[in-house]
Ligand binder design. Structure first.
Ligand code: APR
Length: 237
């Protein structure tokens, strides 16, 4: 029997138990900030200081949070189920710090900044790069201002071709901690289902695309995933 190919898509819910705010829960980020004012190219053009402060606050928080059992369980799934593809909408590095490798950040990352001229990304988590003053690149002869290395609304997510390839060929598509509001990520479960995959959800509450899931586990990812990964690995081996 050929090994089951597993693709995992995570959202902000998987980092909630690590203390990283989600976007659309009650105390979520979009409660305090209008998306249009901090997460679009137009916002960056209109008020770069405001956008910069929003992301610098989230970047600084990366030094204060730790991966939770959900991140660690997915890293185990990747290690023990060869070929598992991990795609995340999250811009934190908690999957990597939880032991995952080859994490595909389709919405970019907080740890790196991007030169506005060359488009090159640099890891910039040193104290000097975490203040409210703009950071400048090391790639241009005269240093240029850098922007957050994240995908804003209206920009193309990263690696969609690879993502669709993986999703359309998988046998199991697992979504953890996403409200199913933002496309194209929210449409991947239907693409997987139409391609014949068994679709599984682990989420605190039913997301807007809940009807696309064959198997639904409602609850906290940090509490549910370790046991679920145990049972899936036993089934698959
Ligand atoms: N365990 C499991 N699920 C949880 C937990 C938890 N501990 N806490 C919250 N959730 C669920 C919520 O019920 C919600 O359905 O996680 C989901 C978080 O949804 P959002 O805040 O909308 O985050 P996400 O789906 O990742 O947003 C997608 O929107 O704002 C953009 O670019 C941003 O990548 C983000 C995208």
């Amino acid at each position: 029997m050929k090994p089951k190919r597993v693709v995992v898509l995570t959202g902000a819910g998987i980092s909630a138990e690590s203390g990283v705010r989600t976007f659309r829960d009650n105390d979520g980020l979009w409660e305090n900030h209008r998306i249009e004012e901090v997460a679009t190219p137009e916002a960056w053009a209109a008020d770069p200081e405001k956008v910069w402060r929003f992301y610098q606050e989230r970047r600084r928080q990366m030094n204060e949070v730790e991966p939770n059992p959900a991140h660690i369980a997915l890293a185990r799934l990747q290690r023990e189920r060869e070929g598992t593809v991990l795609i995340t909408q999250n811009v934190d590095d908690l999957h990597e710090r939880g032991g995952s490798e080859d994490v595909h950040h389709m919405h970019g990352q907080l740890l790196t900044l991007r030169c506005e001229v060359s488009g090159r990304s640099e890891q910039r988590m040193d104290d000097a790069s975490l203040g409210d003053d703009f950071a400048f690149c090391n790639c241009c002869s005269s240093p240029k201002r850098m922007r957050p290395d994240v995908v804003w609304f209206g920009e193309m997510p990263i690696g969609m071709e690879m993502i669709y390839d993986a999703v359309l060929q998988c046998d199991v598509f697992l979504v953890v901690g996403s409200s199913g509001h933002v496309y194209p990520a929210a449409g991947l479960v239907r693409a997987a289902k139409e391609a014949g995959a068994h679709t599984v959800l682990v989420n605190a509450e039913p997301p807007t695309n809940v009807e696309a899931f064959d198997e639904v586990h409602l609850g906290a990812a940090g509490e549910l995933l370790p046991g679920l990964v145990d049972s899936w690995l036993n089934e698959m081996n």
